[in-house]
Design a binder for this molecule. Structure first.
Ligand code: NAP
Length: 401
């Protein structure tokens, strides 16, 4: 009998053998990649646990399908269902033009307070990449998901509001901003920084990762990005002193007891570092805008967004393909489902279904090495066999041994 996932009194996630997991199919190519991914998920669970576990998938609506059926792009029942079942996975959603919703994805993150955008970036053998040693990059980016530019306020240059703000700043704080400037405010807080860092450290402990690098632009923006580093380190020192060590405390490169090393790097340098010394980085904790840039740049280094999974996590967790709806391919059974499949792998790891996650990773890697791939990878590989989205999923399932 299927049951809900829940938190026990110690705030630990309890996952029954037949957990109910919500899914949003997504718009455009969403149904293609969802049906392929779901078959892969079910086969992996069946195989990894000899039929003793099974997921009960519960469809919830968002995007165009929701609009068609309920008149609303993001029905209240969808938000409530995720709260009730804790974990959900989604395909890409079209951003509605007009209608008062900026982006369904951003709205979901805000409504559910999914404060961390988590993006693992690693290489899969055989995927075409623009760098010589893509396998050296294996990082997990924890990007703050609620503050910085996501909570930013802007005033357009030349408007009376912008002028009012500029006059107030110039008069009250003795500044000399040009009156015709556009203005933006970028808020960042200790509370939100520390909860993100806490999640990253707990992840590092659970997954035996070696270091956490705080990526910031604190040399220029001292009281936002600079404070971010200070607060993140404070969280590490106050709550995790016995498991962490700061880079500055390491004498002659020695790391006693294999503690998690806390590093900090300026954002501009970080972009060089992931290209030049990728194997020196592991977990990266960063404010919203830096994380936005870094996530896509790092994904490109290992073969692009088609292979990049993602999750938005707070008290609830929403796993998602990181690319968009690719509408021109909708219904053609053509696009690469790997981003959604790998988001499912992250979800299984989050639910401690590691055997199923490992099985998918191995068989996906094998399928790519066999050069049995969808068009996007086939066009960059020599002698590849181009297959449909569903055929790619079939082969992954066949390769599960
Ligand atoms: P997109 O849907 O990501 O598509 C851009 C291009 O990326 C596609 O034309 C295709 O390239 C490639 N691509 C995307 N997904 C692929 C896949 N699974 N397999 C292989 N190739 C893939 O970006 P967009 O056209 O800018 O956005 C379309 C809609 O998606 C918009 O409404 C946007 O708001 C929305 N969106 C949603 C999300 C989300 O839900 N998380 C994220 C981004 C965008 P080729 O043409 O070269 O084959």
């Amino acid at each position: 009998m299927s049951e809900k996932i829940f938190y026990n009194e110690k705030d630990e996630l309890v996952v029954p053998d037949n957990p109910i997991i919500c899914f949003i199919e997504g718009d455009g190519t969403g149904p293609d990649i969802w049906s392929a991914s779901r078959r892969v998920f079910d086969a992996a669970i069946e195989k990894a646990y000899n039929g003793t576990k099974k997921i009960d998938w519960k469809q919830i609506l968002a995007g165009e399908k929701a609009k068609e059926k309920t008149g609303n792009y993001l029905p209240e029942e969808t938000i409530e269902a995720i709260k009730e079942h804790i974990v959900a996975i989604k395909g890409p959603l079209t951003t509605p033009i007009g209608g008062g919703i900026r982006s369904l994805n951003v709205t979901l993150r805000q409504r559910l307070d999914l404060f961390a955008c988590v993006r693992p970036v690693r290489y899969f053998q055989g995927v075409p990449s623009p760098v010589k040693n893509p396998e050296k990059l294996n990082i997990v980016i924890f990007r703050e998901n609620t503050e910085d530019v996501y909570a930013g306020i802007e005033w357009e240059a030349g408007t009376s509001d912008a002028k009012e703000i500029i006059n107030f700043i110039n008069d009250s704080f003795n500044k000399t901003l040009l009156i015709e400037s556009g203005i933006g405010i970028k808020p960042m807080s200790e509370f939100c920084t520390r909860r993100l860092m806490r999640m990253a450290i707990n992840y590092a402990i659970k997954n035996k990762r070696k270091s956490i690098t705080i990526m910031h632009k604190g040399n220029i923006m001292k009281f936002t990005e600079g404070a971010f580093v200070k607060w993140a380190i404070k969280e590490a020192e106050e709550n995790f002193r016995d498991v962490i060590i700061k880079e500055s405390e390491i004498a002659e490169g020695k790391n006693p007891d294999g503690k998690i090393i806390i590093k900090d790097r300026l954002a501009d340098s970080m972009f060089q570092q992931i290209l030049l010394r990728p194997d020196e980085y592991d977990i990266i904790v960063t404010p919203n805008l830096n994380g936005d840039y870094l996530s896509d740049a790092a994904a490109a280094q290992v073969g692009g967004l088609g292979m990049a999974p993602g999750a938005n996590i707070g008290k609830y967790a929403l796993f998602e393909a990181t690319h968009g709806t690719a509408p021109k391919y909708a219904g053609l059974d053509k696009v690469n489902p790997s981003s959604l499949i790998l988001s499912g792998v992250m979800m299984f790891e989050f639910l401690s279904l590691n055997e199923a996650a490992d099985l998918i990773i191995k068989s996906l890697e094998k399928t790519i090495q066999e050069k049995y791939v969808t068009y996007d990878l086939a066009r960059q590989m020599q002698d590849a066999k181009e297959v449909k989205c569903s055929e790619f999923a079939d082969r992954i399932i066949q390769n599960m041994v």
